[in-house]
Ligand binder design. Structure first.
Ligand code: N01
Length: 549
């Protein structure tokens, strides 16, 4: 009996994931005439926006920016009702894209890829799913997402708990009504901070279990301003191009011109107040040139936000607990909220410091910390994800040469451009580690990667090439460059998911590329223009060509 049943179908490319990146890959690669198959673990399209349905979930990038640019008609037609898109609205748009471009017919839903094995003789990947499908493809494109592997803490006793528990990243589709319940939320990252004000309004009592305080700024969400929408739509193509000339891939924020240390106290305060009133994280981080590279400059911004927290939260002890003190502002994902700090002024909300008095176990009726028992009807884990590498490592990806991604990334991810991994030919990642993905507008990042991959596949086809593989030296240089760039910033000072700090035992390696979208795209374009510099390209005989040739 062979270890694997013979592949039932053969494709040019298998795409893993039907979120924003996977759907665009399907759309774009279809235009090359390739035979494609998408496998998606969820019951429908949307990825992040399919799974994260917790109360208050919305994007922290403005809706006019956080949207596909793949069709001007689409971006002109689509109306975003609010400044920031809600999860249901973003998911509605993604569904619209899937229908409008007839994408679903190539997607198998409720199908999780378990294994992908490369055969160096035929230069093909064999992909096996949990539904028993075995298919082969010349190329495998991992659109598996950066924040798609939810994690709950390993405290003992959860199976004893008689109430209901939820993870923000795996939220029930029909919603949860917390009315009249005693609820505990564990975690105060973006998901916790967005959901806490809404759960507080429903619950009889809400306990927020905070291990680390995070910086959060007001989102100032509002109904879409029709004049702004009209102007934006008139300028859409130019704005999309301009976005690539910005560090975070988002146009429309005037770049800062001076150091925070060159400004007087009064000028600094005035600028921070303006940005605070405007709402938004990029705008705030753009107050001065050096907030992310100079600790002293950053202290001025961090101090400003701490003052705002103290001015908002009435109980001084609670306010102090909510003031972040272990990382410079912006070095963890800067959160945008709606009435987060105000929520702690409610009588039915208690902040519990689990840094000084950690949770020890779950009990039948709630949870226990080192100094108290909390009676709860429901627990919400807003405890985040095995970010950036989790989804790739959950799939058993290996080659017939005996290499596995699990083993290769044991001490942290290693990639060339965040797109390919040396030793794993014909395997592409969309917004993989060491690309700017999570430090930029994700849809733009996905589109840029997919366009690059599509151009690459076109190049291979035109030149009769059947195999592309990152060279180890190019990968080493890229990893080194990533580390050097990160070390010139304050980012590595934070215990964030960017460095894997939220997962016990995960190697501490700074994973996103923070040299900016402009520099990154330039590098990708140069690599392609130089005939895929840093990649080894292999020609093949007739039988090895892609099916669509
Ligand atoms: O997860 P997180 P998230 N015991 O990892 C705590 C994107 N996103 O889902 O800091 C107790 O940020 C943990 O504490 P600590 C966005 O990029 C975007 O909130 O590790 N607590 C932290 O407080 C974001 O950054 C949007 O000490 C534990 C929290 O849980 C990313 O997704 C909305 C714990 C986890 O915070 C992830 O956000 C939502 C433990 N064992 C998400 N383990 C928007 O666009 C973890 N924690 C607005």
């Amino acid at each position: 009996m062979p270890a694997h049943p013979a592949p039932a179908s053969t494709f040019d490319a298998v795409i893993v994931g039907a979120g924003v990146g996977g759907l665009y890959a399907l759309y774009r690669l279809r235009k090359l005439g390739l035979k494609l198959r998408v496998f998606e673990a969820g019951g429908d399209v949307g990825g992040t926006w399919y799974w994260n349905r917790y109360p208050g979930c919305r994007c922290d990038v403005e809706s006019l920016e956080y949207s596909y640019s793949l069709s001007d008609e689409l971006q002109q037609d689509w109306h975003w009702p609010e400044r920031y898109g809600t999860q249901p609205e973003i998911l509605r748009c993604i569904n619209h894209v899937a229908d409008r471009f007839d994408l679903r017919r190539d997607i198998e839903f409720n199908t999780r890829v378990k294994e992908a094995v490369f055969d160096g003789n035929t230069n093909t990947w064999t992909v096996t799913t949990d539904t028993g499908r075995v298919v082969s493809a010349r190329f495998c494109i991992m659109a598996t997402g950066n924040l798609s592997t939810p994690r709950t803490p390993g405290y003992p006793g959860l199976e004893r708990f008689r109430g209901k528990w939820y993870h923000t990243g795996l939220w029930p589709h029909d919603g949860v009504d917390f009315t009249g319940l005693r609820v505990g939320v564990i975690g105060t990252g973006s998901s916790g901070v967005q959901s806490i004000p809404i759960i507080a309004r429903q619950a009889r009592h809400l306990y927020v279990f905070q291990r680390t305080a995070n910086f959060s700024l007001p989102a100032r969400n509002a109904a879409m301003d029709p004049a702004k929408e009209r102007t934006h739509k008139a300028e859409y193509p130019a704005r999309r191009r301009a976005a690539f000339d910005t560090p975070f891939g988002i146009a429309g924020y005037p770049p800062p011109v001076k150091s925070a240390l060159e400004a007087s106290d009064e000028e600094r305060r005035r600028i921070y107040e303006t940005k605070w009133a405007e709402g938004g994280s990029i705008s705030f981080l753009y107050s001065f040139t050096d907030l992310l590279v100079n600790k002293e400059a950053n202290d001025t911004a961090s101090g400003f936000v701490r003052q705002k927290i103290r001015a908002t939260v009435k109980d001084p002890k609670t306010a102090e607990l909510l003031c972040p003190s272990d990382h410079p502002i912006g070095t963890k994902r800067l959160i945008l909220d709606t009435e987060y700090y105000e929520t702690y002024n409610r009588d039915n909300v208690t902040l519990v410091d689990i840094r000084s008095k950690p949770i020890t176990e779950f009990t039948v009726t709630g949870l226990r910390t080192t100094d108290a028992d909390y009676e709860l009807d429901a627990i919400v884990f807003a405890t985040g994800f095995d970010a950036m590498t989790g989804a790739m490592k959950e799939i058993d990806i290996h080659t017939d040469a005996g290499q596995s991604i699990e083993e290769k990334w044991r001490y942290g991810p290693r990639t060339y451009l965040g797109i390919m991994v040396a030793g794993f030919p014909n395997l592409f990642m969309i917004t993989g580690p060491q690309s700017p993905g999570v430090k930029s507008q994700m849809i733009l990042a996905c589109e840029q990667h997919v366009d690059w991959i599509a151009d690459c596949l076109q190049h291979l086809r035109e030149h009769g090439l059947v195999r592309i593989e990152a060279e180890p030296e190019a990968e080493d240089a890229w990893v080194r460059h990533n580390n050097e760039v990160a070390d010139r910033t304050l980012y590595p000072l934070a215990n964030s998911w960017y460095v894997g700090a939220n997962i016990p035992g995960k190697p501490r390696v700074f994973m996103p590329y923070v040299g900016g979208v402009t520099a990154y795209k330039k590098k990708c374009d140069e690599v392609a223009a130089r005939g895929y510099e840093g990649f080894r390209l292999v020609a093949g005989g007739e039988m090895h060509r892609f099916a669509a040739q």
